[in-house]
Design a binder for this molecule. Structure first.
Ligand code: PEP
Length: 251
């Protein structure tokens, strides 16, 4: 019942002149894969042209960050109301690059999630894993705690709209994806936490993705795991043909 989803996170890699041809190339192939949702997330300066290029296609557009106030004197920040007005559908919140380079805390992530939902946008909440704890027994404690803190104030009527992305920091951009069985173990614990918070029925509706060095040669094993509902992809998704290959593997 959870539709698979493939999300590209372009990060700060694409230029305005590269948007239209990429989206055209992808959109031309998607009719073959009607069972998979697709989202392209780009930096703010690209969003207008991304939304325009995706018009009339099944591709949804996402932002990579957002501020938690709707309007006001916050020079340089991005309003969730403006994103919604522009036609953006999703926002990645709490990516590990934002947590590590820009010092985003769980509290900030939570405010952004609430602002996103308030404006009718769907949050993709990235949950990372502390590199120092990865090999210890305690590593899931970190993940679960981050999950609970990020979702404060969200009740079961809204929770089904959430999407979570488990992204172990050491797997992001390293070429070393976490192995599929370990991903499943982590996602199973995340879903059990959601069931404790919102009940099993709601938890069964929330899509949980894996992100971290997903490539065509590892995507199928990852996507075959029962709790993996999709993938969030950085480097590999910079190439339109590779993105389509990943969509095909998710179908
Ligand atoms: C990401 O940044 O969300 C990501 C998963 O990157 P990569 O696929 O390059 O590891």
């Amino acid at each position: 019942m959870r539709r698979p989803i493939v999300i590209a996170n372009w990060k700060m890699n694409k230029l305005p002149g590269e948007v239209t041809s990429y989206i055209k190339d992808v959109a031309g192939q998607l009719d073959k894969f009607p069972n998979v949702d697709t989202v392209l997330a780009g930096q703010d300066v690209l969003l207008t042209s991304m939304v325009t290029a995706a018009e009339g296609t099944s591709i949804k557009i996402g932002a990579e960050n957002v501020y938690w106030e709707d309007r006001g004197a916050y020079t340089g920040e991005t309003s969730p109301a403006a994103l919604a007005n522009l036609g953006v559908s999703y926002v990645i919140i709490g990516h590990s690059e934002r947590r590590n380079y820009f010092r985003e805390t769980d509290e900030m992530v939570n405010l952004k999630v609430l602002a996103t939902l308030r404006n009718g946008l769907a949050p993709i909440i990235a949950i990372d894993e502390n590199i120092q704890l990865v090999s210890s027994d305690d590593h899931m404690h970190w993940v679960v705690n981050q999950l609970i803190e990020s979702l404060k104030g969200i009740d079961e009527t809204t929770a089904a709209q959430l999407m979570l992305a488990y992204e172990p920091t050491q797997a992001i951009g390293s070429g070393q994806a976490m192995n599929a069985e370990n991903v499943q173990k982590s996602l199973h614990i995340m879903r059990a936490t959601l069931a404790d918070m919102y009940g099993a029925e709601v938890a069964a509706q929330i899509r949980i993705l894996y992100g971290g060095s997903v490539r065509p040669n590892n995507a199928f094993a990852l996507l075959s795991q029962p709790d993996v509902d999709g993938v969030l992809v950085g480097d590999a998704a910079l190439d339109a043909a590779t993105f389509v290959e990943l969509v095909q593997l998710a179908e």
